[in-house]
Ligand binder design. Structure first.
Ligand SMILES: [Zn+2]
Length: 316
């Protein structure tokens, strides 16, 4: 059965018809009217109807992935910081118009599901997807099922406490993982290095046009790809923290595979190598494990959100 997946972001709504092998066979894209919850729901419905009209295959279900907290029953977006949604009964709103089953998911969970089923975690039953972007998001697939938890908030792995009393996090706590191993952490550390050691950060400073505040993650990646020692040092620190957090997750969840996804993972080996080294160093109990979890890079990229939302809707 084909299903439609919708990935609702703060700036765009991307939707696609997905077949049983996880391939997007048709796709549409619309700008998100982010300040207007009712209008956003209307655009979602319009995108779904357009796809159904154009699709040769019959569509049996719709999955909608939204950036925000989704209730455990997968009917309501409790809170979506970028979409002005508060207790938005999205499933009812959309299902009432399209007339086929609709499921709502957290977007990171949907993307993780796709990566586990059809991407870098294919073939494994327990997979942790770590999405390294501005913050750290992700999702946990445990014994073949997506972990949602008691209120639907499971898998917020970016707020694993890594450094007691550490940097203040947007969530109100201190020392969260995403304060040390995200794209924002990479940029913060690189800017700090440029200011404290300008002699050793000439390449980074040059890429940022001479202004440390203008330095971006992309600049750090470019410099690291060129072999710049300062930029490689920033990636080494990031990887160290990333691997340490993954080792803590492995102690609890014992996954077969960790998948690194998100914008920062586009740095490829620059991120994978230090993260994997640190992970294996921190992993417990090393001597007793028959084999350590594998650490791989995402293979699906952005379309994972659409594919996962569709496939989860199909699962019911
Ligand atoms: Zn936090």
């Amino acid at each position: 059965m084909h299903a439609i997946g919708v990935d609702v972001g703060g700036t765009k709504i991307a939707a696609g018809v997905v077949d049983e092998e996880g391939t997007i066979v048709r796709a549409v894209r619309r700008p998100t009217p982010a300040g207007n919850p009712t209008r956003t729901a209307e655009v979602i419905v319009e995108a779904i109807q357009t796809l159904r009209d154009e699709s040769d295959a019959e569509v049996g279900a719709v999955g909608i992935g939204a950036a925000g907290f989704v209730d455990a029953a997968r009917t309501t977006v409790v809170f979506a910081p970028n979409l002005a949604w508060r207790d938005e009964p999205l499933r009812e709103r959309v299902e009432g118009v399209v007339g086929i089953p609709v499921r709502i998911e957290n977007d990171a969970n949907a993307a993780a599901w796709a990566e586990a089923r059809f991407g870098a975690g294919h073939g494994a039953r327990s997979v942790v997807v770590v999405t390294v972007g501005t913050g750290i998001g992700g999702g946990i697939i445990f014994d073949g099922r997506l972990l949602r938890g008691g209120t639907g908030m499971a898998g917020e792995i970016g707020h694993l406490r890594l450094v007691p009393g550490g940097h203040l996090c947007g969530c109100g706590q201190r020392g969260c993982w995403e304060q040390y191993a995200s794209g924002s952490a990479l940029v913060r550390d690189a800017r700090e290095f440029v200011q404290t050691s300008p002699d050793r950060a000439r390449r980074l400073l040059h890429l940022a046009g001479g202004d440390p505040a203008a330095l971006t993650g992309q600049h750090v990646t470019v410099a690291a790809q060129e072999g710049d020692a300062a930029a490689l040092g920033c990636f080494a620190d990031l990887g160290e923290h990333l691997g340490a957090g993954m080792a803590s997750l492995a102690a609890v969840l014992d996954p077969e595979v960790f998948v690194l996804a998100g914008g920062v993972s586009e740095a490829g080996k620059l991120l994978l190598k230090p993260a994997k080294d640190s992970f294996l160093r921190h992993l417990s109990p090393r001597a007793l494990r028959p084999r350590p979890p594998k650490v791989r890079l995402s293979v699906l990229g952005n379309p994972a959100g659409i594919i996962g939302a569709a496939d989860l809707a199909r699962e019911g």
